[in-house]
Design a protein around this ligand. Structure first.
Ligand code: C2E
Ligand code: CA
Ligand code: CA
Ligand code: CA
Length: 276
């Protein structure tokens, strides 16, 4: 048993080595990725099953690394947050997403786009001004922009974040709470949060087969209704998910069942397919 333990230890350190090296490489390359135009955005539709209509798009960042291929945001966003690069990267993402939304508008697609915000964006008090500038440059009505924030912000200066969000929302921009129910829950703050919607994390959608789990989701949905918040389920992959969720009162779905993340042009084709 001792020998096996030793072997496992060796394998483990080897893997750590590879991961560490990759992380260092990504960290170094991320510095230049923005100037080298290596980022692109894909969009994923949200679908309202009650009205059978689109419910907007979420912008998801991708990094086309010159050697490693497409790197997932779950890998590079934490690095971007550590290094502070997340700030210029998010500015770029906001500009691109607002521009894309205008392009869709011109093609008769009247839907909002949402952009994910790391809590780091609230630290210098720049967001309100940025958003005003980005919307103005894109010529986009604020109602077409939505921001997705996460629960982890409760670790920061909550009052300051609430204040910033209130001002942004006064412009007409929507705010939603992403990954709801996974982090250190902010249920106690929910009535104070200036938000319009809750997004149920994918973990819930994929784990609705016990009565206990369904009871929790049902309670969240009822609470959201009382607080006049929309509820969007993430990670909807099959008919069974849709059936469970609609039974519990959740009607807006996002997931591979409806559409995978795709580029702006592909989205137009996707929409045309769904209008027929
Ligand atoms: P998220 O905001 O929770 O985004 C949803 C993630 O679930 C996306 O992963 C999406 O591709 C994936 N997904 C959607 N439908 C399904 C499904 O049916 N099944 C499964 N298994 N997965 C599904 P992605 O694009 O890899 O993004 C991962 C995370 O990276 C995002 O999670 C978000 O937290 C973060 N992220 C992405 N773009 C940005 C960005 O521009 N800024 C910031 N701060 N974070 C971003
Ligand atoms: Ca999100
Ligand atoms: Ca999410
Ligand atoms: Ca998530």
């Amino acid at each position: 048993a001792k020998g096996l333990g030793k072997n496992q230890y060796c394998v483990y350190t080897d893997e750590m080595g590879v991961q560490e090296i990759r992380k260092m490489e990504l960290e170094k390359d991320l510095q230049r990725a923005l100037e080298h135009n290596e980022f692109f955005i894909v969009y994923q539709p949200k679908w309202n099953v009650k009205t059978n209509q689109l419910f907007g798009f979420e912008a998801l960042l991708r990094w086309q690394h010159p050697r490693l291929g497409v790197v997932s945001p779950s890998e590079f966003i934490p690095i971007a947050e550590e290094t502070g690069l997340i700030i210029p990267m998010t500015r770029w993402t906001l500009e691109q997403a607002c521009h894309q939304c205008r392009v869709w508008n011109a093609r008769g697609i009247d839907q909002p786009v949402s952009v994910n915000l790391s809590v780091r964006l609230f630290q210098p008090d720049i967001l309100l001004e940025w958003i005003q500038n980005v919307l103005e440059e894109a010529g986009l009505d604020p109602h077409y922009l939505e921001l997705e924030i996460t629960e982890s912000m409760v670790f920061y200066d909550v009052n300051d974040i609430i204040h910033q969000l209130e001002n942004i929302r006064k412009l007409g921009v929507r705010v939603s709470m992403d990954d709801f129910g996974t982090g250190y829950s902010s249920i106690g703050l929910l009535d104070r949060m200036p938000i319009d919607a809750l997004k149920l994390d994918r973990l819930f959608t994929n784990d609705l087969d016990t009565p206990g789990k369904r009871a929790i989701i049902h309670a969240i949905i009822l609470m959201a209704e009382r607080l006049h918040l929309d509820v969007i389920a993430e990670g909807v992959e099959n008919e069974e998910h849709i059936e469970f969720l609609t039974q519990l009162g959740c009607y807006v779905m996002q997931g591979y069942f409806y559409g995978k993340p795709m580029n702006g042009e592909e989205m137009i084709t996707w929409i045309e397919g769904h209008n027929e």
